[in-house]
Design a protein around this ligand. Structure first.
Ligand SMILES: [Fe+2]
Ligand SMILES: [Fe+2]
Length: 167
């Protein structure tokens, strides 16, 4: 069934982002800069196309179910995740991490995790949508994945929303 297919690919993408975040926390703990850079690159490559089809095709379809307010919250989670990733990239560009920065990068990375599980749960709502809507989401997913615009480039060009930097 189409909805099951969606739920499966959706779960697989969140699993991938989750594991990148776990590995990132581990790499920050070890101050392993080559791994951190590699994982931040993986993060922006996975999250960019994923956030994009969610925002362009999926989140708008959820307004009818949740109402405007919760969908705004989901978008703000993205604003914040983008700002946090930007901050992590900035800190990583420095030559040496201080102890405070190590603690801070781990804390910041963890702040992205709740959206991964919250977002994955949305598939229970998507499966209630008409199959042509689910098909439309899957088509947009294909297009977004094949364009492959990374998170930071997408956020600063195509995406028309502000980002929220961590405090
Ligand atoms: Fe998601
Ligand atoms: Fe999301």
């Amino acid at each position: 069934m189409l909805a099951d297919q969606f739920t499966q690919v959706f779960r697989e993408e969140h699993r991938k982002v989750r594991d990148v975040l776990f590995d990132l926390i581990h790499a920050f703990k070890n101050r392993d800069k080559p791994s951190i850079q590699l994982l931040l690159h993986k993060m922006v490559m996975c999250a960019g196309p994923h956030f994009r089809y969610e925002e362009e095709a999926m989140y708008p379809e959820l307004v009818e179910i949740f109402g405007e307010e919760y969908v705004q919250k989901l978008l703000e989670d993205h604003d914040r995740a983008i700002g946090t990733t930007k901050r992590l990239i900035e800190i990583t560009q420095k030559n040496e991490f201080t102890d405070e920065e190590t603690v801070e990068t781990i804390r910041l990375t963890r702040t992205i995790l709740p959206h991964v599980s919250d977002c994955d749960g949305l598939s229970i709502m998507v499966e209630s949508l008409p199959s042509q809507v689910v098909q439309h989401i899957l088509d947009c997913r294909d297009a977004s994945l094949s364009e492959g615009v990374d998170l930071m480039l997408w956020a600063s060009t195509i995406r028309n929303r502000p980002i929220i930097m961590p405090g």
